[in-house]
Design a protein around this ligand. Structure first.
Ligand code: FES
Ligand code: FE2
Length: 472
């Protein structure tokens, strides 16, 4: 059977499926991209309660947050011995310290004297000295000095090392957990941890990093990035080159789900347009001029003539353009890398609040941090880039905090106008989701069976913590 004549499934968007696109790829695609995995789930409505209730937020703090692996930092934020990062979440604060041997230790960021936070921001240090009265620890957490020691004779012989939490370094991500019984991070996450191996995530660096307080619950905000089907109403400018409605959704185990949204393909919502339209609009979106479309995307420099009978021709052209462009930029060889991995949007989510994409393009990374009420959160967006050819991995850029009363467009200089616009479109919904949940007549939400399935999978895992079935 030809890949373009597949029989439509009545539980999926009609037309080309993501698997059809993988089968038409010009290179070998890794098996894990073909793998479809849907968790069993009901179609019952979801309650708004977890998003708006103080009591539910308290249960999350008690039962969930201390019992998961959390993304605390990128290693490129702290490459040198003595580098520190402060990771605050809920009412907890962790002080990450790079050791002389390259390991990272994570301490509760609290002085053992009268509990001042030891540090409030990142930086390099040769010791951990409390700014209040001067209690001092070495960078390995062992006690170095107590001022006016004559007044602390009762502490002699007592272990005054800084309490620690577990750290796993994985693909350049510093993961921490307070739970000493959890499996190591990659065992906890499961086989999907291996999906990251191909993309040199360890060698990437944080090339863009913004954060913004959002007036919506952390889960509502995260869930706004778990499905692509809001694009037709929220991001209409993306439809000419984004497979919004033929996005694939998968769930693996309790702690991972993904959306794969194809690029370089017409949205199934658009009819009567050809492959040239995809290239023209992609060119326009990325700031090119009308006249140069095909020359710009031609990897060989020759004129491109698109085959009207090949529904994947624009994808192939764009993948080749990326292979050529990235080779020039990063000095790496992409000649055997699949079209899919050169183009598509792999929105991978690791429970509960961490979304590091995969793929060869500069990858996005999201993190959502809960606010001190259920009604707000902080969203961070990063771009991880391969290190420049023949160079050291650069240090992470500083985080740019977008003021509460400014849009993402305020950060156009670092985000790029087109990307900032997409996030501003998402933010135009979120405050009204939070207030809408409170205004609901019955407190219930009716989800799509497939396209909203990641939201339901995420909620199912969360409820396992709240109900005491996890961490198990
Ligand atoms: S609170 Fe830290 S030295 Fe007193
Ligand atoms: Fe969106």
């Amino acid at each position: 059977m030809n890949e373009t004549t597949k029989i439509d499934r009545d539980d999926r968007c009609p037309g080309i499926s993501y698997t059809d696109m993988l089968e038409a790829d010009t290179r070998r695609v890794p098996d894990y991209l073909f793998e479809e995995s849907l968790a069993p789930m009901s179609t019952d409505p979801l309650s708004v309660e977890p998003y708006i209730s103080e009591e539910f937020a308290r249960l999350e703090r008690e039962k969930m947050w201390p019992n998961v692996w959390l993304f605390a930092a990128r290693e490129d934020e702290m490459p040198d011995a003595g580098d520190t990062v402060v990771f605050d979440i809920n009412d907890k604060s962790f002080l990450l310290v790079r050791q002389k041997d390259g390991a990272v230790r994570a301490f509760y960021n609290v002085c053992l004297h009268r509990a001042r936070k030891l540090r409030t921001k990142a930086g390099n240090t040769s010791q951990l000295r409390c700014p209040f009265h001067g209690f001092t620890w070495k960078n390995d957490g062992s006690l170095k000095e107590i001022p006016c020691e004559w007044d602390f004779k009762h502490l002699e012989g007592k272990d005054m090392s800084l309490p620690e939490v577990r750290v796993n370094l994985w693909q350049g991500f510093v993961m921490i957990t307070e739970n000493n019984s959890l499996p190591e991070f990659t065992d906890w996450l499961g086989p999907v941890a291996d999906h990251y191996h191909r993309y040199d995530m360890q060698d990437r660096f944080t090339a863009m990093w913004v954060s913004k307080r959002i007036p919506a619950n952390w889960k509502a905000t995260a869930e706004a990035f778990m499905e692509a089907w809001h694009s037709v109403t929220t991001h209409p400018q993306l439809l000419p080159f984004l497979g919004d409605a033929n996005t694939r959704y998968d769930h693996f185990g309790d702690f991972f789900n993904r959306a794969i949204t194809p690029s370089g393909t017409l949205s199934p919502h658009i009819t009567g347009k050809d492959q040239q339209y995809i290239l023209d609009k992609m060119n326009e979106f990325s700031g090119g001029s009308d006249a140069e479309t095909n020359r710009r995307f031609s990897a060989s420099g020759d004129d491109i003539v698109l085959d009207p009978n090949d529904p994947f021709h624009a994808r192939k052209v764009l993948a080749d353009a990326n292979r050529k462009g990235f080779t020039e930029q990063y000095g790496l060889d992409y000649s055997d890398k699949s079209d899919s991995e050169m183009l598509d949007n792999f929105t991978y989510n690791i429970f509960p609040n961490f979304s590091p994409w995969i793929g060869y393009i500069p990858t996005l990374l999201y993190r959502w941090l809960p606010g001190d009420t259920p009604d707000w959160c902080t969203m961070e967006i990063r771009v991880l880039m391969p290190k420049p050819k023949d160079g050291e991995r650069p240090r992470a850029v500083e985080k740019l905090e977008i003021p509460d009363d400014e849009p993402f467009a305020w950060a156009n200089d670092v985000m790029g106008e087109a990307l900032a616009k997409v996030f501003d479109q998402d933010m135009a919904n979120l405050p009204h989701v939070q207030t809408g949940m409170k205004a609901s007549s019955n407190g219930l939400m009716e989800l799509g069976a497939y396209q909203d399935s990641r939201v339901r999978h995420f909620q199912q895992t969360l409820m396992k913590f709240i109900n005491g079935e996890l961490p198990g």
